[in-house]
Design a protein around this ligand. Sequence first.
Ligand code: 4AD
Ligand code: MG
Length: 465
Amino acid sequence: VRRSSVQELLQSQELEREVVVKGWVRTRRGNKYVQFIAVNDGSGFNSIQVVADAENFPEEKLKADGVENGAAVMVRGKLVASQGKGQSVEIQAAEITVYGKADTETYPLQKKGHSLEFLREIAHLRPRTNTFGAVLRIRHAMAFAVHQYFNDRGFYYVHTPIITGSDAEGAGQMFRVTTLPDQNPPLTEDKSGLDYKQDFFGKQTNLTVSGQLEGEIAAMALGKVYTFGPTFRAENSNTARHLAEFWMIEPEVAFNELPDNMDLAEDFLKYLVRYALENCQDDLKFLNEQYDKELLGRLQFVVDNDFQRLTYTEAVEILKGAKQKFEFPVEWGTDLQSEHERYLVEKHFKKPVILIDYPKDIKAFYMKLNDDDKTVRAMDVLFPGIGEIIGGSEREESLEKLTKRMAEMHVPEHELWWYLELRKYGTAPHAGFGLGFERLMLFVTGMGNIRDVIPFPRFPKSAEF
Ligand code: 4AD
Ligand code: MG
């Protein structure tokens, strides 16, 4: 008999046939007449119930064989309609084989619930829990939906480098790449102990903070492109919204201007949330019940309502007039803190917000300057419970204005000579943005900490794997 997945069987209409499943025991319970074993193979949220009658499977034998929480098993038996509530089918066991036991004394995942903090310490086992199974399946679905969205709309997926010689954001938050000394003996001894020449076969390089600049190269040839890859930020911040290694989706579109960029961002986010609602029902239902009873309502709300669009200057006026006391005062020209962003989204407008036209001095060098000479065509999308989920802009396409901005912001021209050539040859308006994949995951799953929506979170002092 061919092995079936648990999900296939739970949805099957074909009963009274012999089936085989392989998976891990989630629970075993029962009495001296009958034992119920829940088996999960990861194919979906729900486990299948295996019924083992005492005549063939006395509890003592199940125990001796190691049919316990965490064990890997093969079950052969008959698929039948279930009498119990909560499932439509179950398996009447004819054979149960244990591949690998999990010692009930030492197995860290016991029946009782565990705190998310504890589970973070056992990242190698936490995918076996209901919560992380749900999160990982939703993460997969969201990644798939990203590609589906862009492919259906004629965008090309471009792979941008991880090791790079330039600082795309000009913010200096980079991890340096270096080779081991015996691979590449130091060329010069320098007192700091750092030998720049040795870094990347003679060139200083970093892990990328963003694929945007290379994305622009591709957009200037293929028109509509996107990147989706790991990015790195050496920010030593221990927050629930920051990681040192995170995944970013960055569309870049030739001939798009800021309003087109806003339309794309809003349509894209709604598509992803709708995709989750339609395709991740079991997992979302569990997260909604377990952690956050308003999750499903919040997701539906985002799909159904227009985002509020306004300028940074208008937002500052609103914040100055707010009754709420902020920890950081608001002045035109300062960056908005997450408390300000969340006030706008959660208290004032009560819906997602797109803020545009930020002061040039708090934004990156590549953003297109407005005619007022003070603001740039920046765009941040702010979400409830998250704050900034997307950052983007229309790009400066004028060679003259761009070099002027770079000089003002001390971005070395010689590092970005190729970026400048895009403006020298066939320049055109273009725009794009970056969606932080884990910020999206925070919103869609309702989880409170970004370390719980990526399998192996990288943050200060965390690199066990
Ligand atoms: O606003 P950021 O820094 O924008 C860029 O990197 C642009 N190059 C994007 C573009 O225009 N192509 O980052 C974009 C998004 C943020 O809005 C946030 O969602 C996420 O990336 N992000 C982080 N996510 C997790 N941990 C961090 N340390 C993050 N930093 C940014
Ligand atoms: Mg940003």
